[in-house]
Design a protein around this ligand. Sequence first.
Ligand code: DQA
Length: 154
Amino acid sequence: MVMGDKKNILVLHGPNINMLGKREPEIYGKMTLEAINSQIKKRAEEIGVYVDTLQTNHEGVMVDAIQQSVGKYQCIVINPAAFTHYSIAVRDAIAAVAVPAIEVHLSNIYRREEFRHHSVTAPVCYGQISGLGVQGYLLALEAAAQLINGGEAL
Ligand code: DQA
């Protein structure tokens, strides 16, 4: 699958997601980001969509990537990580573009510390998946593909 056939999805990972595998494995599991991205690519191939992945620890880079998704990607799958809970800049970027976003969290943010219960980004996203580990990214990818194919994801 090559980019250009109008089924392009950007998977954006936020801060500290590059530490997966070493980072609090009791919460996030032992899978590395590399392993997660290769599962995402494999599922993308299976369902016939093109995927690019980007991880950043920097809020401005995430804002730039969201802005630059216009005209290039038809959907964004985003794990804003800690930005979820406070970044009005990331929220505004999602709201500013016509590209629908699906929010993913590896852990169930509603079962964790209270400061994680609130997502400032979810209200401007099409939907949210939280607590299903890597499966959440794969399900979000399938929902994104359905959205792009002209239907509701549900
Ligand atoms: C996370 C949950 C966030 O609260 C946290 O800051 C992360 C990862 C998740 O995928 O479960 O970095 O987004």
